[in-house]
Design a protein around this ligand. Structure first.
Ligand code: SF4
Ligand code: SF4
Length: 166
């Protein structure tokens, strides 16, 4: 593995390199192996990890931070396994998301997901029917799913101080 950096660094790339996970972005040689390996790119022809890294390297800060693309990475790390330069697109996109959140750019679908989980404790509350309750009771399980309340309280206590009793 080569420890040299290969690519001219934009201010945006330098900014990403300062966030944990983004340090090695300037080692990317734009070979495209990550895109060829990516499970998301297989099903979404708009999602291209190499191209997203390129946009960071050439300084398209606004476009990248406001894009949904860095949020589509599943963190499977297949790209990282195959990258010959020791770059992890997953970690780079994580660094991008940290910056995007700080600047208020969170795709609506992710906001709704988080709000839903913080409210109900899981994503499937709307699909939890009387039938499921009866089934759980028959199996001797608690139909109230009280663990969801416990979970949301713990999350709020840890990450949203002051909201744990909401
Ligand atoms: S495989 Fe590695 S070096 Fe090649 S484009 Fe992707 S991140 Fe860059
Ligand atoms: S970690 Fe992200 S970018 Fe890498 S292969 Fe998986 S989905 Fe694609």
């Amino acid at each position: 593995m080569n420890n040299e950096t290969h690519t001219p660094s934009s201010d945006f790339a330098k900014e990403i390199a300062l966030i944990p996970g983004g340090e090695v972005i300037n080692k990317c040689i734009q070979c495209g192996i990550c895109t060829a390996s990516c499970v998301v790119a297989c099903v979404d022809d708009q999602y291209r990890p190499r191209r997203l890294i390129q946009k960071i390297l050439i300084g398209k800060r606004d476009e990248v931070l406001k894009s949904d693309q860095p949020w589509l990475c599943m963190t499977c790390r297949m790209c990282e396994e195959r990258c010959q330069e020791g770059v992890s697109p997953a970690e780079i996109f994580h660094a991008v998301r940290i910056l995007a959140v700080k600047e208020g750019h969170i795709p609506k679908v992710f906001q709704i997901t988080v709000e839903k989980v913080l409210c109900d404790g899981w994503m499937l509350a709307d699909a939890y029917t009387d039938f499921n309750e009866d089934e759980r009771e028959d199996l001797g399980l608690n139909p109230a799913l009280a663990w969801n309340d416990t979970f949301t309280k713990k999350v709020k206590k840890k990450y949203l101080a002051g909201e744990e009793s909401a």
